[in-house]
Design a protein around this ligand. Sequence first.
Ligand SMILES: Cc1cc2nc3c(=O)[nH]c(=O)nc-3n(C[C@H](O)[C@H](O)[C@H](O)COP(=O)(O)O)c2cc1C
Length: 276
Amino acid sequence: MKKEVKIRPFWYSDVWLFPKLITIVTTLDAEGRVNAAPYSHIMQYDVMAKNARLIVGFRQDSHSYQNICATKEFVVNCPGADYLDDMMETARFYPEGVNELEHTRFTMIPSLHVKPPSIQECPQIAECVADEIIPLEKSTGIVIGRIKALVFDEELIDMDREARIRAMNLPIGLGDEDRQDYFHTTLGQITRHRLGEPPGSHVGGEVQLSMPWDADALQTLMSIPAMVRKMVTDQTEQFCRARGDGKVTLARFTEHSAEQGMTPELLERFQRKKPA
Ligand SMILES: Cc1cc2nc3c(=O)[nH]c(=O)nc-3n(C[C@H](O)[C@H](O)[C@H](O)COP(=O)(O)O)c2cc1C
């Protein structure tokens, strides 16, 4: 039997189990003083490279939100599980103007493109500039941040995914009870699932062309994942038409892909993918 539960304030944490990323957002206030606090209401917003953005939800009277409204910049730092105690220290209600990092083992380092500092001990960092700020009525302040840089500990960058997941050892937030006790879990078993093509998927992957394509362009199109093929076809044809082309050539396909951040190396990765 299933039973409906009343939707109350803090439903997203008290009621609904929502495993989340743990981050520490660093900001500066209008006087240049550092602030740091944990934020988990965070997600990718625009996934393409041209306009890479993420979304973060803040209590509107938090120092972090007010600093972002004032200075427009913030850094999202992801600590490893060994730093959960320090992360929790930054969540305490210190008075305005206090740099919470000074009460932790964290070390501040200059960021590459924004003024708020980054945290040395965090292996994964996003430096952001607020693009849009949406104060929801009597609720969260939503900040859409344009990512100026994604910064990693150098040794992580070329690791394969599983080694990187283990090396970073990012904790997972499991919500809190009454804003007092916060629950987390740390990395256990890692499972891997290959998506594979379902029976009959060649039908879904078929594309309708509305103009001629040369053979090389078509071959490249067919090498990209079936689920995005239609979107890529439509966008590429639009791109060619806007330039007065009567045909999609590989050169135009590559030009359009590059504009979307799909470099030839990235496209080649799809071509090399082994069948499931
Ligand atoms: C793991 C964790 C995740 C949190 N995520 C959020 C969040 O996404 N949004 C939010 O408003 N508060 C969140 N909080 C609470 C804030 O960190 C807390 O209110 C903090 O004191 C705000 O500090 P500030 O006023 O310096 O910004 C979180 C706390 C913890 C411990």
